[in-house]
Design a protein around this ligand. Structure first.
Ligand SMILES: NC(=O)c1ccc[n+]([C@@H]2O[C@H](COP(=O)([O-])OP(=O)(O)OC[C@H]3O[C@@H](n4cnc5c(N)ncnc54)[C@H](O)[C@@H]3O)[C@@H](O)[C@H]2O)c1
Ligand SMILES: N[C@H](CO)Cc1c[nH]c[nH+]1
Ligand SMILES: [Zn+2]
Length: 424
C-alpha cells in the first residue's frame, strides 16, 4: 500500500464519485427496460448477468424451508443468536410519537406509522450475504412493516444460497425473489407482473445497485447509498500491524471498488502494516478482489498529530472507522462523520458485520457526512396532528389571517376566518 505524509487540512473525500458514465448508462437502460417490459426485462438481464434463465422469479415456500433445513445446525444457531442481538439493538430505536397539550383543550401531536411495503436488497453477486437479510429485515419488523420483500441474485444454478434462505426462514419472510442488480431495483420501484412495487427500497449492493437506487429515488424512497464497502483505521503506535492489516483486508475482499485506508501517527506502524497487507493478501482466498481494492482505493497516511488524523477521518466520513489508539474511547468521541465506529482492538469490524447487533448497512462514498446507517426510523413515517378547539381558534385566527395576507394568499385568510358565526 502506498504511504503518504498527510498534509495539514487535506480532504480525503472518497474518490469513487458515484460510478462512471458507462455504469450509469447501463443502469439507466436496465431501469428503462424494466419499466417498459416488466418481468421479460428482469428475465433477460438475469440471464445476462447471473447466468441462468429464471422461469419462476419468486422463491417457493418449500424452497425457503428446504434451504433452512440444508443449513448446518451450528450455523443456524449462530444466525439465530446474531438475529437476537440485532433485534435487541434495534428495539431501542422504536418511538411512539407524542401529544403536546395546549390551553383550552387544544393539542398537537406526532403519529408514527410503519411503511406498508418495503423491498430489501440482499447482495449476492460474488459472495453470499445471509447477514444482510438479518440487517435489513429486523429493523423493518421492529418498525411494524406489513409487507417485507427480499430480492437477491441467485447463483448460476438458479438457487439462492442456503444461508440466505435460512435467514429468511428464521425471520418468517415469505416473499423472496431471485433477482439482483439494477433489474431488481427497477422491479421494486416500478412493479412488474410478478413483483408488486414497494414504497421504499433499502439495502447494500455493488455500484450497479447503488446507482440504480439513486436513479429511482423520488418515485420510491431509498434508505441511502450503501455501495462498495469502506474501512478507515485510525491508529497510533499501540496498534498491532497484523491486526490492522487483517481488518483492512476484511473490507477489501468485498469488492474491487472497496476502499481501505489507514491514518496513523506512527511511521513504524505504517511501514509494518504495508508489509503485513502484502503478506496476508498472498493467502487470502479472495486475493484477486482484495488486491484490486487495495491497489486502486487503498492508502496509508501518516499524520503529524492525532488532531490532524482525526480531521482527516472526519473529512473522509468513512462507512466504518476503527479507533485503535491510546484512550480510544476519548479519541472516538471526536469523530463526527463515520457510518459505524468500532472502538479498541477487540472491536474488529466484522464484529459489527455479523453479530454485535448494530446494523451493517451503512452509508458509503463519504455520504456519512449526512446519512445514517439503516435503522428503525427508515421504516416509519411521521404524521403531524393539529386539534384546535373553538377558543384557541378564536384567539389565533386574526393572527393567522394577517400572516396569510402578508403572503398575498387571501384564500388562506378567508378559510381560517370562515368559522365562528352561526350557520344555518
Ligand atoms: N455499504 C454497505 O452497507 C454494504 C453491506 C454489504 C455489502 N456491501 C457491498 O455490496 C456489494 C456486493 O456486491 P456483489 O457484486 O457481490 O453483489 P450485488 O448483489 O450487489 O450485485 C450483483 C448484481 O450486479 C449486477 N451486475 C454484475 N455485473 C454487472 C455488469 N457488468 N453490468 C450490470 N450489472 C451487473 C448483476 O445483476 C448481479 O446480479 C459489495 O460492493 C459490498 O462491498 C455494502
Ligand atoms: N462489511 C459490509 C458492509 O460494508 C457488510 C458485510 C456483510 N457480510 C460481511 N460484511
Ligand atoms: Zn464486511
Amino acid at each position: 500500500m502506498k504511504i503518504t505524509k498527510l498534509a495539514k487540512g487535506i480532504s480525503l473525500k472518497r474518490p469513487l464519485d458515484g460510478g462512471n458514465e458507462e455504469q450509469l448508462k447501463v443502469v439507466r437502460q436496465v431501469l428503462a427496460d424494466v419499466r417498459a417490459q416488466g418481468d421479460a426485462a428482469v428475465r433477460t438481464y438475469t440471464e445476462k448477468w447471473d447466468g441462468f434463465v429464471p422461469n419462476e422469479l419468486r422463491v417457493a415456500k418449500e424452497e425457503i424451508e428446504a434451504g433452512a433445513n440444508a443449513l448446518d445446525d451450528q450455523l443456524y444457531t449462530d444466525l439465530k443468536e446474531a438475529a437476537d442481538n440485532i433485534r435487541l439493538y434495534h428495539e431501542q430505536q422504536t418511538r411512539t410519537g407524542y401529544r403536546l397539550d395546549l390551553a383550552n383543550g387544544s393539542w398537537l401531536g406526532q403519529r408514527i406509522t410503519a411503511l406498508d411495503a418495503v423491498g430489501l436488497y440482499v447482495p449476492g453477486g460474488t459472495a453470499a450475504y445471509p447477514s444482510s437479510v438479518l440487517m435489513n429485515v429486523i429493523p423493518a419488523q421492529v418498525a411494524g412493516v406489513k409487507r417485507i420483500v427480499i430480492t437477491s441474485p441467485a447463483g448460476r444454478d438458479g438457487h439462492l444460497p442456503v444461508g440466505v434462505l435460512a435467514a429468511a426462514h428464521i425471520l418468517g419472510v415469505e416473499e423472496v425473489y431471485k433477482v439482483g442488480g439494477a433489474q431488481a431495483i427497477g422491479a421494486l420501484a416500478y412493479g412488474t407482473e410478478t413483483i408488486a412495487a414497494v414504497d421504499k427500497i433499502t439495502g447494500p449492493g455493488n455500484i450497479f445497485v447503488a446507482l440504480a437506487k439513486r436513479e429511482v429515488f423520488g418515485e420510491v424512497a431509498i434508505d441511502m447509498i450503501a455501495g462498495p464497502s469502506e474501512i478507515a483505521v485510525l491508529a497510533d503506535e499501540t496498534a498491532f500491524a497484523d491486526e490492522v492489516a487483517a481488518d483492512l483486508l476484511s473490507q477489501a475482499e468485498h469488492d474491487k471498488l472497496a476502499c481501505v485506508i489507514l491514518v496513523t501517527t506512527s511511521e513504524e506502524l505504517a511501514q509494518k502494516v504495508a508489509i503485513e497487507v502484502e503478506k496476508q493478501l498472498a493467502s487470502l482466498p479472495r486475493e484477486e478482489v482484495a488486491r484490486a481494492s487495495v491497489e486502486n482505493f487503498g492508502a496509508i497516511y501518516i499524520a503529524e498529530t492525532m488532531a490532524d488524523a482525526i480531521d482527516a477521518i472526519n473529512s473522509l466520513a468513512p462507512e466504518h472507522l476503527e479507533v485503535v489508539t491510546k484512550n480510544a474511547e476519548a479519541v472516538a468521541e471526536q469523530i463526527s462523520h463515520a457510518g459505524g465506529i468500532f472502538i479498541g482492538r477487540y472491536s474488529s469490524e466484522p464484529v459489527g458485520d455479523y453479530f454485535a447487533g448494530t446494523n451493517h448497512v451503512l452509508p458509503t462514498n463519504s455520504t456519512a457526512r449526512f446519512a445514517s446507517g439503516l435503522n428503525v426510523d427508515d421504516f416509519v413515517k411521521k404524521s403531524s396532528i393539529v386539534y384546535y378547539s373553538e377558543k384557541t381558534w378564536a384567539e389565533n385566527a386574526p393572527k393567522i389571517a394577517r400572516l396569510a395576507r402578508m403572503e398575498g394568499l387571501e384564500g388562506h385568510a378567508r378559510a381560517v376566518e370562515s368559522r365562528g358565526w352561526e350557520k344555518e
